[in-house]
Design a protein around this ligand. Structure first.
Ligand SMILES: CCC1=C(C)/C(=C/C2=NC(=C\c3[nH]c(/C=C4\NC(=O)[C@H](C)[C@H]4CC)c(C)c3CCC(=O)O)/C(CCC(=O)O)=C2C)NC1=O
Length: 161
């Protein structure tokens, strides 16, 4: 896993250089948003279950996936879906704190598309639910932190598509 600091330093190190102006600017903006990230992470962790629940209500609840024959039908599969959304929320929060998406590649996206395809989990509905979580989260943490979280929700969506 990388974060905004190690990623800037690693790329200077491979060139054997000190950080240039652009690298310093990246660090500066990361440090300046530190408070915002920590505050957003604590709001999200205190509300994680209700964020997931509301996102499901907005996106999946009355759709075909929850009806007989749908991938979320049966309690076991419904619960698996909720659990997956909770993973996406938690790992997006980690990535937002780190200011870097590498943890999503390593812990979430690695092999996920293949798993979903082999189990018939519909990617389009999953993306809809993640987009709904993005909206619900932004409404809780505010526009700036919401935008930052949105980067990582979107990263998962493009990794799945
Ligand atoms: C931390 C990283 C991590 C991820 C991301 C993860 C995902 C993940 N989701 C799975 C299943 C599943 N995922 C879903 C999800 C959904 N079905 C829908 O229709 C909805 C659109 C959607 C929810 C948004 C469902 C229903 C299953 C069970 C499918 C089945 O067993 O038939 C499985 C197969 C094994 C299992 O059932 O536990 C994995 C590995 N596991 C991990 O360890």
């Amino acid at each position: 896993m990388q974060d905004a600091i190690t990623s800037v330093i690693n790329s200077a190190d491979v060139q054997g250089r000190y950080l240039d102006g652009a690298a310093m600017d990246k660090l500066k903006s990361y440090f300046q948003t530190g408070q915002l990230r920590v505050r957003a992470a604590s709001v999200i962790s205190a509300n994680a279950a209700s964020i997931v629940k509301e996102a499901v209500a907005k996106s999946l609840l009355y759709s075909d996936v929850t009806r007989p024959g749908g991938n979320m039908y049966t309690t076991r599969r419904y619960a698996a879906c909720i659990r997956d959304l909770d993973y996406y929320l938690r790992y997006s929060t980690y990535a937002m704190l780190a200011g870097d998406p590498s943890i999503l590649d390593e812990r979430v996206l690695n092999g996920l598309k293949e798993t979903y395809n082999s189990l018939g989990v519909p990617v389009a509905s999953t993306v809809q639910a993640i987009q709904a979580m993005k909206e619900v989260t932004a409404s809780l943490v505010g526009a700036d932190a919401g935008k930052e979280m949105g980067v990582y929700f979107d990263y998962i969506c493009s990794g799945l598509s």
